[in-house]
Design a protein around this ligand. Sequence first.
Ligand code: CA
Length: 312
Amino acid sequence: MLAMIALLSILTISFLNRVSARMEELNTLRPPESMRDQAYSLLAIAIAGIAEINELESEFHSTAQAWGDPIAYAAIELPPELHYTLTIRDESGKLPLNITDKPLLNAFFETLEIPEIAADALSDAWLDWMDADEDVRINGAESISYQENGYKSANAPPQSFQELRLIQGFDEWFMDASGVPNERYQMLTETFSLFHTGPVNMNSIHPSLKTILQHAYGLRADALEVSTFSTRDPWLTDQDLKTAFNGTLPQEIKVSSIATTLHLSLDVKRGTQVFRIECILKKNNTSAPTKGNASSKSAFQLHTICENRSFQ
Ligand SMILES: [Ca+2]
């Protein structure tokens, strides 16, 4: 609990201005009492490291930058008996779950080897589930279709991956006969995000999304390869993306070269025991810092956190 309070304090009280002082405090880290305490202490180090790197870097583009390993960046001496794994994924490299572009949804389902007619029906049902009205698309489903199951269409974007199971046709293609999520479901959670709703960072996209973009919009296979461009850094820039897409994307699909939503998974291990924390850090805006005033730069803030389970 003490470690949780320490973490929340860091995040709420002039967080960025206190990062350096906090990192010095953590230099005296003593062996914590429990795996949970250890995990929160490490998470505090990771978040402090990310905050400091955010102050130094112009933007986050790729995990090849130091923010991909903020505990190493912090260079804090940790107890030798402490074993952990920290994984940071760029959640902004995923498509927003509330995407409404039907060609993209169709392409996604078809890359999962769902036949074209079934893919089209899934897209219609998904879009009907999210849109505000009760008008049924040609192959879709609204509240009247779900009456016999005892629920109505949400008429709003899904709040969880579990909610997708309520949509017509979803169980058939994304669950096995026993109702257990299959490989397609896994691919869905790797391609879509529950938390990211802004432009998609093309530097972090899942290989499946490249295939989907090729399938839906005729994107060349090498169009998003960094080697295609004469960039100084090993990541794509906004200018590269303009060249790559050249107006081929519909307006509602926004792309970017910047990471704005991070997903941290931290495992602390002791023997066969593992304590896991998952959290989402988000930037509320991506405005560039005012010249000569780095403190105006937007910071990553803790958005969601959970223990010993994954986001569903
Ligand atoms: Ca609807």
